[in-house]
Design a protein around this ligand. Structure first.
Ligand code: 13P
Ligand code: SF4
Length: 328
């Protein structure tokens, strides 16, 4: 992993967190977009039990034996863990860890789309809140979106909420199957910053580099990026896998900056170039508030971190999430 020497303050936080995890019977699940110090498993000297993309974390959440799950990611991900583990306490170190995609659409918006397009199946990207998911037919993550969209017989599908990811999917799906996607207008405020112009400039400066693009970048960026360059358009996992399989030594990363740290940790002999756009919501999670969350377990302060979802929403949201997991 990237961090080789840890300043004493970090080591003290690591030790305190590891001790409390044991005492309180808790596990830490962390997303690949966490800051590098949170992207170390216990095995490698850090504090996480599992590090993954949003699908990996959802699957892992179904296997947890501990009583408490500390979710080092954003709120919609912690909600998914809660829906899959209604009897466990799921805690997030900062409830303000939101997502511009998740907040772009409400349950009422989905109902309105369904009234406008009766009978058309609704696929919800997991970057939505539980009450929004509750009104949808199936969820998907960036890793399985294409396969899930392909699996429907219907020639029209509603895909929410990411317009750019929807347009990128649409391009593949329409060419393959003729299916049309009805889209919402949400965007990821991190990935939309990767413009065609910025990719063009980085490619000019690094003509030997391959390009790594997350589904959430605008479709014009995809077109510019692949012009005279090889690479991948896909999920976080697709990007990690692609780098592992490619013979290239240099890559331009169009995704969250700290995924660059993950990649560098996994492939130290390769170079990753990125303008370094960080997700402000992911960065709300720190070692300090992770420790505070553990300290709060079993005290009234736990409410500050506890993910609670009304029972009816939990039941309804479980259906599209389970369908997604069964699909995998
Ligand atoms: P992944 O599904 O690739 O983990 O993406 C999560 C996310 O928030 C992308 O911005
Ligand atoms: Fe949401 Fe974008 Fe942050 Fe992912 S990177 S959590 S999609 S705002």
């Amino acid at each position: 992993m990237l961090i080789e020497t840890h300043p004493p303050a970090i080591q003290e936080l690591y030790s305190a967190i590891r001790k409390l995890k044991q005492e309180k019977d808790a596990v830490v699940l962390a997303h690949y977009y966490m800051s590098p110090e949170l992207q170390l498993t216990e095995k490698d000297g850090g504090i996480a039990d599992f590090i993954g993309d949003s699908l990996g974390l959802s699957v892992e959440a179904t296997k947890v034996k501990a009583k408490h799950i500390i979710f080092c990611g954003v709120k919609f991900m912690a909600e998914t863990a809660k829906v899959l583990n209604p009897d466990k306490q799921v805690l997030i170190p900062d409830k303000e860890a939101g997502c511009s995609l998740a907040s772009s659409i409400t349950a009422e918006d989905v109902l309105e789309l369904k009234r406008k397009h009766p009978g058309v199946p609704v696929i919800a990207y997991v970057n939505t809140y539980a009450e929004t998911k509750a009104e949808c037919d199936i969820c998907c993550t960036s890793r399985n979106a294409l396969a899930i969209a392909r699996s429907f017989d219907s020639d029209t599908l509603i895909f929410i909420p990411d317009v750019y990811m929807g347009q990128n999917l649409q391009q593949k799906i329409e060419a393959e199957t003729g299916k049309k996607l009805i889209l919402w207008h949400g965007t990821c405020e991190v990935h939309e910053q990767f413009t065609g112009l910025s990719m063009e400039m980085m490619k000019k400066a690094n003509p030997d580099a391959e390009v790594l693009l997350h589904w959430e970048v605008p479709k014009e960026t995809v077109a510019t990026s692949f012009c005279e360059a090889k690479g991948v358009l896909g999920s976080t996992n697709d990007i990690l896998r692609y780098v592992g399989e490619s013979h290239a030594k240099k890559f331009i990363l169009a995704s969250e900056c700290d995924l660059g740290a993950t990649l560098k940790g996994m492939y130290p002999d390769k170079e990753f170039i990125t303008p370094c756009f960080k997700c402000p919501y992911m960065k709300k999670i720190t070692l300090q508030n992770t420790l505070a969350t553990l300290q709060a377990i079993g005290t009234p302060d736990a409410a500050k971190y506890d993910i609670s979802i009304p029972e009816e929403i939990m039941h309804k949201a479980y259906i599209p999430i389970k369908r997604m997991l069964d699909f995998a």
